[in-house]
Each structure stands twice: as C-alpha cells, then as structure tokens.
Design a protein around this ligand. Structure first.
Ligand code: FAD
Length: 482
C-alpha cells in the first residue's frame, strides 16, 4: 500500500483547489486526512508549467482569481505565510471595440461609468445598489443553501440577477459599450446569453471586479495550491500524488471519503455503492461546452490598438453583444464559431517573475463544443490581431490544447468542460443532485466544482462538503463507507 498508514478518518480523492480545501477543513477539525492525487503534481486546475520555452511560466488552466480573493474560506487561511501573493493589475478588465477604443472595467464604478457614454448613469444605477447590498448577500452566494441572513436583500438580488444577459442588456442599457461589457462578463457562464442565469455570472463577476479585483497569483497559479498544501501539511494532513484511483478498494480504510471529481468519475469509482435511482441521476448530469486553450511566449507586450488595454489583466475579445451572443450560441448548439469570444490574460505585464526580462506570456481560450478536437489557434489569433495588429509577429512559441485533450491532463475536464458540468438554471444551484455534497452511500461525498457554489478557484465546494461530512460524522451518520 503506497500510504503511510492503513487507516485515516478521511480520504480525499483529487488535489484541485476543492480537494485541498476539503482536506484542510477536515484537518482543522483535528481529524486525520489523506489527500490522494492521480497526477504527479498536485493542483488540478491551478497548476503552472513551462508550456512553451524555458523561462516562460504559464498557467495551464486557471489564471485570474476573482473567486479566490472573494472566497471567505481562502481569506481566513494563512496563505500569504506560505508564499501566496495576489498581484492586482491597474484595471481588472478591458473590452476593446472595432472603433479602436476599449471599455475598461475599473475598480471604481464611477470611473467605469465614464467609459460607457450615455449608459454611465444606468451602469451606476444597476451596479451601485448591488454593490451596496453585497456585504449582506455574499454569504448567500457563498453558501446558497444556508438561510439568508438578509432575506429581503437576497430576494431583491435574486430578482435582479436570475435572468438572461440578453434581457438584462436590453432593459438596463441603450448603447453598445455597456452591452458589450456585459456580454463579455456573462460569457463566463458558458451558456447562450439568452439563457437564465447568464446575467448572474456577469453581475457577480462585475461586482467582485469592483469590490475585490481580478488578480493573478505572483509566480503563477501553482503558488495557490502550493500554499494550500503547505497549510494542510502544517495541520498534519498527508498528500500522496501519482496515485490515480479507479476503485474504492485502492483506498486505505476511512470513515469519510470526499471526492474532488465529477459525477461521471464518481460513477466509475463508487457507482456500485449507490442505489440504481441515484446512479441514474448522476448519469443524467450534463456537461457543457469545452475550451480550446492557448499559451504564447511573446517577444514583447501585446500591441493593443487601444493602448489602455495594457492596464488590464484580462481582455475580452469578441466585439459587440450580438457578436459574442452569436459565438456562444454557436458553441452551445455544437458549432465552432468562426469569430469566437476569446478570454485573454496578460499576466507578465504585472508579474515579471514569469518570463525573461523584456519577454511576455499570454493565456487565452475560447469555448468549443464538448469533446472538440478542433485547433482554434488561427481563429483565436485572428481575434487578437483584430484588436492588436502585429500580435502574430511577436510569437516566439505557442502551446495549443484542444478540448478533447484536456481530459487526459485532468480527468475532471470531461470533454474539455472547465466548469465541472453545465451551470444552467437546473444545475446552477442543485448540482449534481438535490443531495448536493452527499450521496446515499454513507461516508461518501462529492466536493468538486460539480457541487455548489460551482466553478472557479475558491475552495468553497470542498470546504462546504467537508463541513457536511463532519456534521454527519458528529451525528453518527457518516460511518461504514470503507
Ligand atoms: C483552461 C481553464 C481555464 C480556467 N480559468 C479559470 C480562471 O481563470 N479562474 C478561475 O477561478 N477558474 C478557472 N478555471 C476553472 C477552475 O480551474 C476550476 O473551477 C477549479 O480548478 C475546480 O477545482 P476542483 O478542485 O473542483 O477540480 P480540479 O481543479 O479539476 O481538480 C481535480 C483534481 O482531481 C484529480 N483527479 C481526478 N480524478 C482522479 C482520480 N480518479 N484519482 C486521483 N485523482 C484524480 C485531478 O488530477 C485534479 O488534480 C479554468 C479551468 C480551465 C481548465
């Protein structure tokens, strides 16, 4: 047996941000915990590697961390002590347009409004009340199944955000600049913009941009999971990497098994423990579109036509609301968009540790149909050239990962789906089933981004799943899984 002990109180399968957070929560409760990772390195969607040339460090998956700085769980951990430093670009986001200008989402709502022409006042009237109410609402968003501390504020917030981005854009704004900004933000939902709750993703990301920012992790995303792992170690938790789990029989004895994996893998590993009805529910769980991911080593900074894009860590490329909506609709219905909506990050403008002096990296992806084998490099680079002519001339080397290949890198990325399953209305809150973290098999829990509050690096799925497991254990409801 590759583990130092034959028995632990808890075993966690998968060392993504949620697996690490689950293990930390268990260890904080004074329980012994072993975290098992299939790959040789820990971290899941938060690893960094030299994907192009020596000396150029790239974030293999996630790169920009609004949800991490917002996460109350991460905020209370001593991660700075273990080497994690957030780097805030001057502005969270830029959205260039074909007239050569760019909408800049600034930390200040008022400054952002100045970018939006006649919609400036409307933007303040939309975001202002949401941001003022945010401190009262955060806990409901972080833990949607706790009774809201401020039920009326939560209801008002729900009524504003639980709609489609296209309905919000139509009702809240008159001009293209504000609508385009909203389209880019809502595009993170990986849903058609006509679908509920695409507006919720856009508004929550916008609120966090104004309240907490969209930082990078200095030195790359790996520093986040390394800090989590060091904290886990300080609490006595153990980690065994390089150990893919395909059956519960591989595990040491444990009263709790927390799985940082998606429903499809849970069925393979533990399906025999579940009644047929629960298995069917997991089989019906839906995965969304995938992504085609690119990284570049560059000879210089990206030559944006709108120079102010250089102040932003993230740049949304796709032009108008209508164009981004068409691109996301195409993908949803199984087509590759010719002019895809591209999410781009330019970390080395703000963090010089990731590339040789004077050189840069860029990170980008676009949505594609689930399981796609199509290399979108040409379409993505055309979108960048459209707003930054001369970009291609700076490329020293590129790395391309098509959607179908991502699952080989991390088995949670089913068909290249980076969200752990579609987050449409049905699977937005009640994911993957009404039981959320729990399964009918005592002692077996799901703790990945396929549980609430869903995708992103914030650790809350892992933390909340571990709290549910610890509660069951203290009430003697969590035995007999091993
Ligand atoms: C290209 C890309 C870009 C992204 N960009 C961002 C971003 O900028 N900001 C952001 O917040 N989020 C982003 N995300 C999403 C973010 O990475 C995920 O939401 C987050 O990592 C989910 O964490 P998790 O712990 O649930 O799962 P994961 O991070 O996927 O970790 C799961 C871990 O479990 C391991 N595992 C799986 N099966 C087994 C098994 N059978 N045995 C042992 N180990 C196993 C995997 O190897 C992996 O290490 C991005 C994701 C991708 C892929």
């Amino acid at each position: 047996m590759p583990f130092s002990r034959q028995e632990y109180e808890a075993v966690v399968i998968g060392s993504g941000p949620n697996g690490l957070s689950a293990a930390i929560t268990i260890a904080e409760a004074g329980r012994s915990v072993l975290l098992i990772e299939g790959q040789e390195t820990i971290g899941g969607g938060a690893r960094s590697a030299e994907l192009t040339l020596p000396g150029f460090l790239h974030d293999v998956c996630s790169s920009v961390y609004p949800m991490a700085v917002w996460s109350p769980f991460f905020r209370r951990l001593p991660l700075a002590q273990y080497g994690l430093e957030w780097v805030h670009p001057a502005a969270p986001l830029a959205h260039p347009l074909d007239d050569g200008s760019a909408v800049i989402l600034e930390r200040s709502v008022e400054q952002t409004a100045q970018n939006l022409g006649n919609d400036g006042g409307r933007y303040i009237r939309l975001m202002g009340p949401l941001i003022s109410a945010w401190p009262k609402l955060e806990s409901s968003v972080q833990n949607p199944f706790s009774f809201p501390a401020h039920p009326f504020a939560a209801m008002r917030f729900g009524l504003t955000v639980l709609r489609s981005a296209s309905s919000l854009a139509r009702h809240a704004f008159r001009g293209e600049r504000a609508r385009a900004l909203l389209a880019g933000l809502a595009g993170h939902a990986v849903l058609p913009l006509e679908r509920v709750p695409s507006a919720a993703f856009g508004l929550v990301l916008g609120i966090i941009a104004h309240t907490q920012g969209w930082p990078f992790a200095r030195g790359g995303s790996q520093t986040i999971v390394n800090a989590l792992a060091r904290h886990l170690g300080s609490l006595g938790g153990e980690i065994a990497a390089g150990t893919p789990i395909s059956s519960l029989e591989q595990l040491p004895r444990a009263r709790l098994i927390l799985c940082d994996i998606t429903p499809r893998q849970l069925l393979t590993i533990a399906g025999s423990q579940f009644p047929a009805a629960f298995r069917r529910k997991l089989e019906r769980y839906r995965y969304g579109p995938g992504v085609c991911k690119l990284d570049w080593a560059l000879d210089g900074p990206i030559p944006w036509k709108a120079a102010e894009c250089g102040r932003a860590g993230t740049v949304h490329l796709g032009g108008t609301f209508a164009e981004i909506a068409a691109s996301e609709r195409d993908v949803w219905y199984g087509r590759h968009s010719e002019r895809p909506f591209v999410l781009l990050a330019q970390p080395t403008l703000f963090d010089g540790t990731r590339a040789p002096a004077g050189k840069h990296t860029a990170w980008a992806y676009c949505h594609v149909p689930n399981g796609s084998n199509v290399d979108m490099a040409d379409a993505i680079e055309k979108q960048i050239e459209r707003f930054a002519p001369g970009f291609r001339g700076l490329i020293l080397k590129r790395s391309v990962r098509v959607a179908a290949s991502l699952e080989g890198y991390n088995p949670n990325l089913i068909g290249g789906d980076i969200g752990g399953g579609t987050a449409d209305l049905e699977q937005f809150l009640l994911r993957p089933t009404r039981r959320l973290y729990r399964t009918p098999a005592k002692g077996i829990y799901l703790c990945s981004s396929s549980t609430p509050p869903g995708p992103g690096v914030h650790g809350l799925c892992g933390h909340l799943a571990a709290r549910a497991a610890l509660k069951d254990l203290s009430q003697k409801r969590g035995f007999g899984a091993s």
